[in-house]
Design a protein around this ligand. Structure first.
Ligand code: COA
Length: 323
């Protein structure tokens, strides 16, 4: 017998990643730690509106949903719910199970009047920022379920060549820029820069970084005449569990969010700051550097990055009966 039950009523929830791994162990392995960190422990995980398809007592599919439930002073994403992970076992695909899981989740989400749409991936603590290009054969499913395709995200990469300094000083700026690694004392200054420049997402991410015990060593700061003009969040190859792209090998470092004072947005300042951030990542031993999930391809191309993966972005607007 086939039945659908909400995640909150299912005892084996913490093992669901194994079902996924049976098929995607090579391309997108999900460890129990990662599953716990990105989904189960995320305050936005919605156990009521996530569903499991069971055949007898065996799970054969699931949809895991996130809905904004977090207190956040500066930033919130209440209007958009997210499909965090969605899977139907290979041998029972195309039989309507995925559609039913999706419908159940959407029915539940419609009870929250403020939720306008549901997206595939791309929440703040995501596993996927969309449908990875190598899974594009599943794209028609989303199109058939009335998802609209929006501009997707690109992962970009740069291989560090031995003996070649990619940081040859090619970006000239009108004023001299100084750089250093942040410390805990810099937290307020960085947040101030974010708030003054309406960088809400950055505010959220930086706050979370320090509140989770971050020392500052993964933020590069840029100064002009003692004024903080920008920062870049970096990830080196050490203890990298929280970086976005966990599917790649551990020697990969990356640049994360960037925040620049509006006055310094042009004139090569952003390029210069990223270049220096790359320098730090290389010095810490990374052999490959990534830009994860960006829509700013042209900018990073100038810094020597090349696109290597694309995530198709799907969004569905929820329709409700007229009052
Ligand atoms: C996406 C997925 C969950 C869909 O589940 P499913 O149970 O196979 O989907 P359904 O059987 O409910 O399909 C529903 C509809 O889409 C159609 N459909 C499903 N897969 C399709 C495909 N690959 N191409 C064209 N149409 C497809 C079905 O024909 C059906 O249409 P209809 O009801 O109008 O006839 C499943 O294919 C899957 O697990 N894919 C791999 C993992 C993945 O990519 N997850 C998303 C990222 S996390």
């Amino acid at each position: 017998m086939l039945q659908y039950i909400p995640f909150k009523d299912y005892k084996g929830g913490k093992h669901l990643y194994r079902l996924w791994n049976r098929e995607f162990n090579r391309s997108y392995p999900i460890s129990s730690t990662l599953f716990k960190e990105r989904i189960l422990d995320d305050v936005n995980f919605d156990k009521e509106n996530s569903y499991i398809a069971l055949y007898e007592t065996m799970p054969i599919g699931f949809i895991l949903i996130k809905r904004w439930q977090q207190e956040a002073l500066f930033y919130s994403e209440t209007k958009t719910a997210t499909i965090s992970l969605f899977y139907v076992q290979k041998d029972v695909r195309n039989m309507g199970i995925g559609k039913e899981l999706l419908n159940l989740a959407i029915q539940g989400l419609k009870d929250y009047a403020y939720i306008e749409k549901i997206q595939l991936g791309n929440d703040l603590s995501n596993l996927f920022s969309g449908l990875p290009s190598d899974l594009n054969k599943y794209a028609p499913f989303f199109m058939n379920q009335n998802f609209k395709q929006e501009e997707g995200f690109v992962d970009m990469i740069q291989i560090v060549k031995k003996g070649v300094d990619p940081i040859a000083n090619q970006f000239e700026t009108p004023k001299n820029v100084d750089f250093r690694i942040a410390t805990e004392e810099d937290k307020e200054m960085i947040l101030k820069l974010c708030i003054n420049n309406d960088l809400l997402r950055q505010t959220y991410i930086i706050k979370k970084y320090f509140e989770s015990g971050g020392s500052g060593r993964r933020i590069v700061l840029a100064y002009v005449e003692d004024q903080l003009i920008g920062f870049v969040r970096i990830y080196d190859s050490k203890h990298n569990s929280i970086r976005v792209n966990f599917f790649l090998d551990k020697s990969v470092g990356s640049l994360g969010v960037m925040g620049i004072d509006k006055e310094f947005l042009g004139q090569n300042y952003p390029e210069k700051i990223c270049q220096e951030a790359i320098h730090y990542v290389i010095r810490r031993g990374s052999k490959k550097i990534m830009i994860e999930q960006t829509q700013n391809v042209e900018f990073y191309k100038k810094l020597g990055f090349k696109a290597f993966k694309y995530y198709m972005r799907f969004v569905k607007y929820l329709t409700r009966p007229e009052e």
